[in-house]
Design a binder for this molecule. Structure first.
Ligand SMILES: Cc1ncc(COP(=O)(O)O)c(C=O)c1O
Length: 391
């Protein structure tokens, strides 16, 4: 029997050497929106591009395999993936989600509640009290996001899944911040994993996409049915590019994470930084859980500047390597201000509840040489000292 391949090998080999027509090593791109029926009442493997496509299937299979799931649906965005999973909530059901989740997820859940589809409660999922709350409630779907965006809070997937399963809730985990290279929620008890593949999985900031991975055939079938019915499936070229990006996931994550560890330590020691949020730091509340549930701390971190919003402007407006932009997980470093950018869909009260303050800055650490990244941060802090009024 062949030994099970390592994750890294599975990534590199994703879709490779499977072409039946000409033996192309890299899977060819199938753009056709429709497929010939061999005869009346006889359908080939594919009939119509919304329902199925070889590039989308190759990507779905690769990610399902990496996450340890039985099937996956590739969607047109991470939000489409989350919304697809929400189709599994019965009408009038209850969804529990983290109070500090990605702003777009927060907005979607509130909008579906407003529409009357289901009820939603946002809770801090990091505490034992939250697990007791889940155990005692008739919850239909527990949505976990760990590490959370942007505060990098870790939630215990195993403990939360156990609590949710007592009353039969479905557990959906957003694994966007780590990717299967660093965390496998299905192996920890979740039923479904969602990703914005826009981030680490594609890794090159040139595709918007998503995926939902299920741990049973029944869930996979329901998700595929809804995806075809509502038409949220991803495009062939996007799937082709994302599969190409996926092949280097491990190499990218290794470099980006190693850089993030160095930057986090630098920021932690800096006198103009109030607090760093990064589970790779011993001082971080998530440090011990990260060691159990993740195979590394990842390449995302946030920090609070000492000073005011004006100081944040001085800091952010003169970057060179760190692009001032939303999104994350690409080879290039990005810097953003969650309160006015990624999380602006959350009102001031929801931001305050989540702990997102005006001086919070988020970094997606890229693959540039860490010396250049450090030099850039040092320049930004020097400017802040000269031009700002940090306290
Ligand atoms: C954790 C997380 N989940 C989901 C999404 C939504 O993904 P997309 O922008 O691909 O729709 C994002 C986007 O930033 C995210 O950070």
């Amino acid at each position: 029997m062949q030994p099970e391949l390592k994750q890294q090998t599975k990534c590199v080999n994703a879709g490779i050497g499977r072409d039946q027509a000409f033996g192309a090593v890299v899977p060819p791109l199938y753009l056709s929106s429709t497929y010939v029926f061999p005869a009346l009442d006889e359908m080939g493997v594919y009939d119509y591009g919304r329902s199925g496509n070889p590039n989308r299937d190759a990507l779905a299979q690769a990610i399902a395999d990496l996450e340890g799931g039985v099937g996956a649906v590739v969607t047109s965005s991470g939000m489409a993936a989350i919304d697809l999973a929400l189709n599994l909530v019965p009408n009038g059901g209850l969804v529990l989600a983290p109070h500090d989740c990605y702003g777009g997820t927060h907005r979607l859940l509130l909008a579906r509640q407003k529409q009357g589809r289901f009820r939603v409660e946002f809770i801090d999922q990091t505490t034992e009290a939250s697990r007791a709350h889940i155990r005692n409630k008739k919850v239909d779907l527990l949505f976990i996001e760990t590490p959370s965006n942007p505060l990098m809070r870790l939630s215990d997937i195993t403990a939360l899944s156990k609590a949710a399963h007592i009353q039969g809730a479905l557990v959906v985990c957003d694994n966007t911040f780590l990717s299967p290279a660093r965390q496998k929620p299905l192996s920890l008890g979740a039923d479904i994993v969602v990703h914005s593949t826009t981030k680490f999985i594609n890794g090159h900031s040139d595709v918007v996409g998503g995926v939902v991975v299920a741990n049973t055939d029944d869930l996979a079938e329901q998700l595929a049915w809804w995806a075809n019915c509502t038409g949220v499936t991803g495009a062939p070229f996007d799937s082709f590019l994302t599969l190409r990006g996926l092949r280097t996931l491990h190499a990218r994550m290794d470099v980006q994470e190693a850089n993030a560890v160095i930057l986090a330590e630098f920021l932690h020691a800096h006198p103009l930084v109030k607090r760093v949020y990064y589970p790779g730091l011993k001082s971080d509340p998530g440090y011990e859980l990260a060691a159990r549930q993740q195979s590394g701390p990842g390449a995302m971190l946030s920090f609070e500047l000492k000073g005011t919003r004006a100081d944040v402007g001085v800091f952010l407006n003169q970057t060179n390597i760190f692009q001032l932009a939303e999104s994350l997980g690409g080879t290039e470093s990005l810097i953003c201000h969650p309160a006015s950018m990624t999380h602006r869909a959350m009102d001031a009260e929801a931001q305050a509840k989540a702990g997102i303050c005006e001086t919070l800055i988020r970094l997606s650490v890229g693959m540039e040489h860490v010396d250049d990244q450090l030099a850039e941060l040092k320049t930004l802090f020097s400017r802040l000292e000269e031009e700002g009024s940090p306290t």
